[in-house]
Design a binder for this molecule. Structure first.
Ligand code: HAM
Length: 423
């Protein structure tokens, strides 16, 4: 029978690599809690309307990348979440979480986008997201950015640059949009099919075009910065001052507009040159209009999401990748009645906090010793009929030349740390 394979763009993470994921997740989750963010867990599946409204009809995600289907039983249009902000905001509104003030929240998990898979771009990928909800000021924009800078430091990752922009308020963008469309129309012969398609749906995304001819037109296009009112300017200046105070460097990227429509004001991306074409490891910004758009009371908010696959790829390439943890002891046994004895010892050691692997599957003592060695354990605990009769365990250090010795069953739990340290 032919073997069934995983879906293209949806990856297995095998144990060797999963150890790195676990180490990464522990660091990130401690870091989020240290910055005062609290965990929220929302479903993977939501009503399609949520994403259409939040992310925007004229975005790549909504136009062509969502895994959506009709649930005939309930007569509902459903979608696998392509990102986490929409579901998080929906939950905050639904449960009235802002009743006693602003909230800092984080979430993690798989997201689904039907993109063309390539290195760093998958159809199932994972994010850590942070959302600071109910805070209007640039201090929170700065907090979100500085906390990322500190995470890269903690992970030992270098060369991740911050790209920063402000896209103003919806009113400022509307005025800019009118002039932008006029400019682009005047150079229509230089636009490609994609730019022409976006001209009347999402012209800001044309600024992002990779086509050199379109870039020429864009180079002389009206600059959104000159359309910003006093409030938007002050907000952005406030952010820049706080970034300077925290010694966080950035490059201004006037073309950075992000691929989701809910943003206003500050937008940012963290980009690495070491990942090829898919170098953005984190993206975010302010989205003050989303609560009203989703039927809630007005609430200012800002956040970001980190792409885990891309950060883990950077960790793999750095020499700071955390080592795979090895067991403290590997328990092996042979002979009548020894299995029960060994089981009890392994169990007692684990209850005392040690990492213990018990050999399973039988075999000669020699082949069991090979398994013990390959496990990376510091010690082998050997139980034969002789040990069983004497009520003892043979402790054999596996990582140095120390001689093995016999230890009374009654004292092994208390003494194990001594053997682990003695290497
Ligand atoms: P996003 O820029 O669409 O923003 O995604 C955030 C990050 O997820 C990207 O920078 C990238 O690292 C990773 N990512 C996105 N698509 C893929 C993919 N197909 N394969 C692998 N990694 C991917 C958001 O999702 C917003 N919800 C962020 C946000 C939170 N804004 C405010 N709050």
């Amino acid at each position: 029978m032919s073997a069934i394979q995983a879906i293209r763009g949806m990856n297995d993470v095998l144990p060797d690599e999963a150890a790195l994921w676990l180490a990464f997740e522990q660091i990130v989750e401690r870091w989020l809690e240290r910055w005062g963010y609290r965990n929220i867990r929302v479903p993977l599946v939501e009503h399609t309307a949520l994403f259409r409204r939040a992310i925007g009809e004229a975005t790549d995600i909504v136009e062509k990348e969502m895994y959506s289907w009709r649930d005939e039983l309930n007569d509902e249009e459903l979608t696998l979440r392509p990102e986490g902000t929409a579901g998080c905001v929906r939950a905050v509104i639904e449960h009235n979480l802002l009743y006693d003030g602003p909230k800092r929240l984080w979430y993690a998990g798989p997201m689904y986008r039907h993109e063309r898979p390539q290195k760093g771009r998958y159809r199932q990928f994972h994010q850590y997201g942070a959302e600071a909800i109910g805070y209007p000021g640039p201090d929170v924009d700065a907090e979100l950015i500085v906390m990322c800078a500190r995470l890269w430091q903690e992970l030992g990752l270098e060369g991740i640059r911050l790209e920063l922009n402000t896209i103003g308020s919806p009113q400022e963008r509307a005025r800019h949009r009118t002039d932008l469309v006029r400019h682009l129309e005047a150079h229509a012969e230089m636009l490609d099919a994609d730019a022409k398609r976006r001209l009347h749906t999402n012209p800001l995304r044309i600024l992002d075009s990779k086509n050199p001819t379109v870039q020429q037109v864009v180079a002389n296009a009206p600059d959104l910065m000159t359309y910003l009112g006093e409030q938007s300017r002050e907000h952005f200046d406030g952010l820049r001052k706080l970034l300077a105070a925290a010694n966080v460097e950035y490059v201004m990227n006037r073309k950075l507009v992000r691929g989701l429509d809910y943003y206003n004001g500050t937008v940012f991306e963290w980009v690495s040159d070491r990942l090829g074409a898919q170098g953005t490891v984190c993206g975010g910004g302010r989205y003050d209009g989303l609560f009203v758009l989703l039927g809630g009371k007005p609430a200012p908010a800002a956040g970001f999401a980190i792409g885990c696959e891309r950060v883990v790829a950077l960790l793999k390439g750095s020499n700071r990748a955390p080592a795979t943890p090895c067991p403290d002891a590997y328990v092996l046994q042979q002979g009548e009645g020894t299995l029960e004895f060994a089981f009890g010892i392994a169990d007692a050691l684990r209850s005392a906090g040690y990492a213990v692997v018990q050999h399973a599957g039988g075999g000669s003592l020699r082949s069991q010793m090979k398994k013990a060695d390959a496990s990376g354990a510091a010690l082998a605990l050997i139980i034969g009929e002789d040990e069983l009769r004497a009520g003892e365990v043979t402790v054999k250090p596996l990582r140095d030349a120390r001689a093995q010795l016999r230890v009374a069953r009654a004292t092994i739990v208390g003494r194990l740390s001594e053997f682990l340290k003695g290497g």
